[in-house]
Design a protein around this ligand. Structure first.
Ligand code: COA
Length: 241
């Protein structure tokens, strides 16, 4: 893997660690980060040595404070933007990854930061984490799947409340809303994510991947179609043994 400027990618014991690394800008998501994440997601999916990934933010203050406001609305024309997205659909890629991804969330988790977290499968937060979607206050809407992923995780009414009122959610409320799986002390955040990753990584990677796909893809299907998907993946596993 090439050297990255705004993320760090490391691989240890079957875990791929992705660190958003612009702590001086609270890890704000910029175009460079989009391109680097695109590469790294491809590596996670394709590398058989990686069984599970952990996403985290560098520095003490944030997982990610949203889109880089210095690049705000400097994107190319809508036509070019659509073309770029077609060629490099980072969010579509993120949601299509078949390996489990754990988000270790601390400090500010805003806008794109919250949307990155939503693309992950399991979310651990430290006690200082704060979540919010400030987009409507900036005259825009979330464009990194947030309007679709957040209601699928916490339901329509709470998603609308967070998005439309701009209210920030503290870690404990995020846990009650099931926005995050667990809240742990700050010093415990990475160790807890690693324990979870190691447990998942100790299982058959095909079974883990199919289980993830049966749930995540099945949620967007009717019950009958979901059961069909489950049966298909189940029989693929049996025939591979
Ligand atoms: N884009 C670019 N830079 C950002 C940023 C963002 N989204 N969020 C924070 N930064 C930068 C600040 O400009 C500042 O840089 P500087 O030290 O060179 O001045 C640095 O990160 C620290 O942020 P600061 O605002 O000084 O910290 P704070 O504790 O006073 O406030 C926030 C923290 C998160 C409340 C505040 O930074 C903020 O509101 N950020 C924007 C959040 C947002 O609207 N994101 C876009 C969502 S679409």
């Amino acid at each position: 893997m090439g050297d990255f400027e705004v993320i760090i990618y490391e691989k240890t014991d079957g875990i791929g660690y992705v660190t958003l690394n612009r702590p001086q800008a609270l890890n704000a998501y910029n175009l460079q980060m989009r391109d680097e994440l695109y590469q790294v997601l491809g590596a996670i999916e394709d590398d058989p040595e990686v069984r599970v990934a952990i996403f985290k933010g560098a520095g003490e203050r944030a997982f990610c404070a949203g889109a880089d406001l210095t690049e705000f609305l400097t994107a190319p024309s809508p036509v070019v933007a659509r073309q770029v997205r077609w060629e490099r659909d980072i969010w579509g890629l993120f949601l299509s990854i078949t390996k489990p991804i754990i988000a270790a969330l601390h400090g500010y988790v805003l806008g794109d930061g919250m949307e990155i977290a939503m693309c992950c499968d399991l979310r651990l937060a430290s006690e200082d984490a704060q979540f919010g979607m400030p987009e409507p206050g900036l005259g825009i809407i979330p464009a990194a799947c947030g309007t679709q992923t957040v209601p699928r995780v916490i339901g329509r009414a709470k998603a609308l409340e967070i998005l439309l009122t701009g209210r920030w959610i503290e870690a404990e409320e995020a846990r009650r809303l099931k926005l995050v799986n667990q809240v742990v002390p700050r010093t415990e955040l990475l160790p807890a994510a690693e324990r979870m990753a190691k447990k998942i990584g100790s299982y058959d990677p095909i079974a883990v991947s199919y289980a993830k796909q049966a749930i995540t893809r099945g949620l967007d299907l009717s019950l009958d179609e979901g059961l069909e998907l489950e049966a298909r993946l189940g029989s693929l596993i049996s025939s591979s043994k």
